[in-house]
Design a protein around this ligand. Structure first.
Ligand SMILES: [Zn+2]
Length: 457
């Protein structure tokens, strides 16, 4: 009961955040404008700009405020009236900050057991997520798209520079049908429509269990009200969930279309969790703009993605951990087996490809986020992989249109882009493995014009 009251209060507060978001954003911008801008001068760096397969000649890069002001082979005299940080690059590589387009910050730092344990409060779980956000930034990930979970409060605190973390494109609660991939009720819990109460996952803002056009519209609009930059809907069976088989299709066309209409009325898009051809095809028919996963897709469906210009947000997933139950292990194995086809066909048909890690419930694995980039070597050159995790991932983020919380340029190093950069020891275009040892090789990490790590001091 105590938890219930607390959770309800938390839920109400989450709602309030939605109301205050716009006001706070405006306030935040005014505050930065008034402050004396700081500047950073990177001297003698070779730039990987996110789009060219060649490093630049030795150059200087000036950051003023939160943007890249000047890139030049000649020396740059820093502007007066700013506090200057000078970084001697020593011909190291300056590259855009990494982007992960499929994270669940709230769920990646805790086990599934902790998340469903009624004795563990939202505040405790949120504190874990806050630490995860900080660690992620220190791994060089300056932007993430969070595709499900209560991260609005965390995002706001990061944007206001109260805590360190990446830029977050939040989806809010994952929208799932009853019995769908986001229905995390315990086996004995009844639907709130048939004698049950609202589930813990819903109270915390992890998911909305929504059936029928009306409920899907409300769920979508609740997320938009809270500040979602895109909407995440479960369109088919999942591996990590216990009650929905992998092969099932979720949401009728009518329900899926409702989510798309509500999102597009706000100028943004729906992305769906889907593995199978049927789930992917129905989502496309409904007007969905991005598919998460798609590993069980067939060749014809991949062609369709390319023809329609639909994004595929793909991950090189691992087998389920030894501790998982047999059902989950078997499902995950099927998905892992489909990964090779998915990457090959995506490449063959030039599908708009994005990349993410999708870490969940296995905190010990989180430090492998950078190592996951190396898995891409099976299908991509180092350049293609680096472009994917910077420039290409950033392009997907622009689909949020007027709901884009960071409307400047991300994922590239060019004049006018946001100053999200990493100074790297070694040349990742030659040897992708340098991004794996982020602790030693990422000498400097800058996000939004602020230095979060500097080993060269
Ligand atoms: Zn996911």
């Amino acid at each position: 009961m105590k938890f219930y009251r607390r959770a309800v209060l938390g839920f109400l507060m989450l709602g309030m955040i939605g109301v205050t978001t716009k006001f706070s954003q405006a306030q935040g911008q005014a505050a930065t404008q008034k402050e004396q801008p700081s500047s950073i001068l990177f001297e003698n760096v070779r730039v990987f700009n996110g789009v060219s397969d060649q490093l630049s000649e030795t150059s200087n890069v000036l950051v003023v405020g939160n943007k890249i002001k000047t890139i030049s082979k000649s020396s740059i005299s820093p502007p007066s009236g700013t506090t200057l940080i000078k970084i001697k690059g020593g011909d190291r590589v300056l590259m855009p900050g990494l982007i992960d387009n499929h994270v669940h910050l709230f769920m990646m730092g805790s086990s599934e057991k902790d998340l469903i344990n009624p004795n563990i409060t939202f505040e405790t779980l949120n504190a874990t997520a806050t630490e995860e956000a900080k660690q992620m930034l220190l791994r060089g990930f300056t932007t993430v798209r969070d595709v499900g979970g209560p991260v609005f409060e965390l995002k706001r605190a990061i944007d206001q520079d109260k805590i360190p973390g990446p830029r977050i494109y939040p989806s809010g609660a994952m929208i799932s049908q009853t019995s769908g991939h986001g229905d995390s009720r315990l086996p004995n819990e009844r639907s709130r429509r048939f004698g049950g109460t609202i589930s813990r996952g819903e109270l915390m803002g992890v998911s909305f269990i929504a059936d029928g056009r009306d409920e899907v519209l409300t769920a979508t609009r609740e997320n938009l009200r809270a500040g979602a930059s895109q909407i995440k809907v479960m369109a088919g069976g999942g591996a990590a969930s216990a009650y929905d088989p992998l092969d099932v299709t979720q949401y009728t066309l009518d329900e899926m279309t409702a989510a798309v209409q509500a999102a597009s009325d706000w100028g943004t898009y729906v992305t769906v969790h889907a593995y199978t051809p049927k789930a992917v095809q129905r989502a496309i028919e409904a007007g969905v703009k991005c598919i998460e996963h798609g590993q069980l897709s067939d060749e014809a469906t991949m062609k369709l993605l390319a023809e329609k210009g639909i994004w595929l947000s793909l991950q090189a997933l691992d087998e389920a951990p030894e501790t998982a139950n047999e059902n989950v292990k078997a499902k995950k194995h099927q998905v892992v087996e489909g990964t090779d086809n998915a990457f090959n066909w995506a490449k063959k048909y030039k599908v708009k490809l994005a990349w993410g890690t999708d870490y969940l419930f296995n905190p010990a694995n989180n430090t492998n986020q950078n190592a996951d980039i190396l898995k891409l070597k099976e299908w991509l050159t180092p350049f293609e992989a680096l472009k994917l995790v910077t420039h290409d991932n950033a392009e997907l983020l622009t689909l949020s249109g007027p709901r884009n919380p960071y409307p400047g340029k991300l994922g590239v190093i060019e004049e006018g882009a946001y100053a999200d950069v990493i100074l790297v020891e070694g040349n990742p275009l030659k040897d992708l493995a340098v991004v794996k040892d982020y602790a030693n090789n990422f000498k400097v990490i800058v996000k939004n014009g602020k230095v979060y790590k500097n080993l060269l001091r």
